[in-house]
Design a protein around this ligand. Structure first.
Ligand code: ADP
Ligand code: MG
Length: 705
């Protein structure tokens, strides 16, 4: 029997959470701290020293030697700079362990090594990190020892956001204010805060580390750049929810243990559609915690894999032709007095409120589909969105049969008088029908699906931060709420006004609803007729960030300034060009130094055997060897031509000035040249003797974990 894990005992063990604070802080300080967290306010400097002191003692008792401000720059991963607690030695050469309130609240990492998309030039080189005290400090155990991590936001000295978290916190403030206005209109006087709740489902692949280390493409780019499909793929569907293999089981157990210690509520785990693919989902939490926790989940998945001789691939498309990985971002709005605004509810009042919220969300998603699409744009996701795989690049909303029926009635006749089947949900307004409470069946092909009491945004890439998607959701819905509240607060007859508004919103934005098969070609055509944008790639998605519409939206809620938006677009173009350049150069290296030499060896052996057979027995039929030799030589020459072309075009792209122009050259010229090199190489892999092939195959990677 293995050791028994006591979950209750380890859960949150490495978190400086409310329980720890209650134990360790003087009562008055604890009260202030708790209020700061609840209000999402800044930490009162007068208590900072006391909090820092308690935090330091707690951390040191648990073996911590260093602390770090943990933040999320625009690289998509987290960053940190470690400082030890020790002070300068005193006269007797003794050191003490120090950590002041100032060090807790504010850090000054060198901003110049993080992408800023021109903001640095315009403003200042320095940046600072500030504690987001709604996200608790935690201890991380790894090869560096134990480190106290303080979750922070990262800004320039003039206040421009250089990270994912700052705009997220700003957007949470926007949705909080506007949601409260909606609740007040419906008579709620008790709620003080409305917070977006987020639960991200994380997909990933696990491969054997020794095999991983034999592939430069996996090492440098996180995905395979060459690789023929194995004889068995995912067609049998035998892996999905299948029994979890022993090695993976041990891995998941270790991951859960680490995450639970960090207070991350890792809840479900199962195999995914593709072989070697798995999923982990936590219980939902308030948006900024969910974003932090998702980063911890990704870090932990990688770290624990390394310890167990495995490698976790978070790339959106590690294997061509095999299902890729994404992240389902489940999103809803919850008030501090326990109302989920996306829950249809039990009273007539709540039902109308729900329909208004729903109508506002439809308007938001329809109006800003381009921004939502952009929030899921990353380099790896270009292989999923709009390619032969889920989800489509077109934003649409799935509501389920019953809600759509209600909306249809409202739109066509101006009133809805009946509802399809089921348990009822009273609306109290004669022209609105009763709704079936659980009318949301599943539609796995929709990018934005209503699933009972939340929306599930399914476009985000598996390696990406979920912050941008939630910034967009919070802000666009805040805008729709604001416009509704502005009008309704002035209305003389609220009931009639809200009823008319719901009808109008549904009518105006009905085109965004689609309940059918989102993967079909027919939908692409239909969406075109409806005028819905179909943005097929990252470089085509980025301009959405800086349209007049986007600038107006973000500036009016103080989420981004125009300069911040421009800087983000610039960072994304740069990141795209850099990554494709690495991919192209890795291909050039593998093709020239590994594949072509292996194929030459094979053809030499083949020619040798052909000659030997002919010499020994002139009458023997050597047509098979001869045909193989001809075919292999032809593919080899195709490869050589494609390699030369890729070398030229990559060099040309690297010399192009301007991040945007350059990103387009990489996308429109280098990416097709990479595909042209891959095609003959993958055919050769099917022909050449396995012993000669220079690295592990798809089959080796996916079926032998
Ligand atoms: P699925 O069937 O899509 O896997 P689950 O019920 O397992 O759905 O939930 C998936 C994720 O959605 C989990 O992280 C869960 O905590 C989260 N979730 C559930 N309810 C809500 C909600 N009201 N708001 C946000 N996220 C939620
Ligand atoms: Mg789901």
């Amino acid at each position: 029997m293995s050791e028994v894990m006591n979950v209750a005992e380890i859960f949150g063990k490495n978190v400086f959470n409310e329980t720890v604070m209650r134990e360790r802080l003087p009562k008055s300080v604890f009260k202030k701290m708790k209020k700061t967290i609840e209000d999402g306010a800044e930490l009162d400097p007068s208590i900072a020293d006391v909090v820092a002191h308690a935090m330091k003692d707690w951390a040191i008792e648990r073996g911590a030697t260093h602390y770090t401000h943990w933040f999320q720059p625009l690289t998509g991963v987290t960053a940190e700079k470690h400082d030890s607690f020790i002070s300068a030695p005193d006269a007797e050469g003794k050191v003490i362990m120090e950590f002041s309130g100032k060090e807790l609240i504010k850090g000054e990492p060198d901003a110049s090594s993080f992408p800023s998309g021109g903001l640095r030039a315009t403003f200042e080189a320095r940046g600072y990190t500030a504690w987001d005290c709604t996200s608790p400090a935690f201890l991380r155990e790894d090869a560096c020892g134990v480190t106290l991590c303080i979750p922070t936001a990262f800004c320039s000295y003039t206040g421009e956001a250089l990270d994912q978290k700052t705009p997220l916190l700003r957007s949470m403030q926007a949705i909080d204010e506007q949601s409260l206005r909606i609740l007040r209109l419906f008579g709620n006087t008790t709620a003080k805060r409305v917070c977006p709740s987020v639960g991200p489902e994380q997909e990933y692949f696990i491969v054997d580390r020794q095999k991983y280390l034999q592939r430069k493409d996996l090492i440098y780019t996180g995905r395979t750049l060459f690789g023929a499909m194995p004889p068995k793929g995912q067609e049998l569907d035998d892996h999905y929810f299948g029994a979890i293999r022993e090695r993976i089981g041990a891995y998941m157990k270790a991951v859960n243990e680490e995450l639970w210690k960090l207070g991350v509520t890792a809840k479900t785990q199962h195999n995914e559609v593709a072989p070697a693919q798995h999923e982990l989902a936590p219980i939902y939490d308030q948006a900024n915690l969910a974003v932090d926790h998702n980063q911890m989940v990704m870090e932990t998945l990688k770290k624990v894999a390394g310890r167990q001789g495995l490698t976790c691939l978070l790339h959106e498309k590690p294997f061509a032709g095999v299902n890729g990985s994404g992240k389902h971002n489940n999103w809803s709005l919850t008030s501090d007095d326990g109302v989920n605004l996306l829950n249809p509810g039990d009273t007539p009042h709540e039902n109308i409120q729900f329909l208004l919220v729903l109508a506002c969300i439809l308007k938001a998603v329809d109006t800003h589909a381009d921004l939502l699409r952009e929030s899921a744009a990353d380099i790896g996701n270009d292989h999923r969105l709009g390619a032969n795989e889920a989800p489509p690049a077109i934003i649409s909303v799935f509501l389920g049969e019953q809600l759509e029926d209600v909306i249809d009635q409202l739109c066509s006749t101006g009133e809805a008088t009946h509802s399809k089947s089921g348990g009822t949900l009273k609306t109290g307004v004669a022209t609105l029908p009763d709704l079936d409470k659980d009318a949301t069946d599943r539609n796995r092909t929709s990018p934005f699906a209503f699933t009972g009491n939340k929306f599930e945004f399914r476009m985000v890439g598996s390696s990406d931060s979920i912050a941008p998607a939630n910034v967009v959701l919070n802000t666009i819905v805040a805008e729709a709420f604001k416009e509704a509240a502005d009008e309704l607060e002035k209305a003389d007859d609220f009931d009639t006004a809200v009823h008319d508004m719901i009808k109008k919103l549904f009518r105006d934005h009905k085109r965004i609803i689609f309940n059918g098969n989102g993967y079909s070609d027919a939908w692409v055509e239909e969406a075109g007729r409806r005028g819905l944008p179909n943005i097929r790639s990252m470089v085509e998605a980025i301009p959405a960030l800086t349209t007049d519409k986007a600038v107006k939206l973000y500036e009016s809620f103080g989420v981004f300034t125009k300069a911040e938006l421009e800087s983000r677009a610039e960072v994304e173009y740069e990141a795209y060009g850099k990554m494709i350049n690495i991919e192209a150069r890795t291909m050039i290296d593998m093709a020239g130094k590994q594949i072509i030499p292996a194929v030459i060896k094979y053809t030499t052996q083949l020619a040798g055997s052909l000659g030997a057979v002919k010499a020994a027995c002139p009458e023997a039929d050597t047509s098979v060897q001869a045909e193989l030799l001809t075919e292999t030589s032809a593919l080899l020459s195709d490869m050589k031509v494609a390699l030369a072309a890729l070398i030229d075009i990559t060099e040309e792209a690297a010399g192009v000035e301007g991040a945007e122009t350059q990103a387009h050259v990489y996308h429109e010229k280098v990416v097709p040249a990479m595909a042209a090199l891959r095609a003959p190489a993958d055919k050769l892999e099917m022909i050449v003797d396995k012993d000669l092939w220079p690295f592990p195959s798809y089959g080796d990677l996916m079926f032998e974990v």
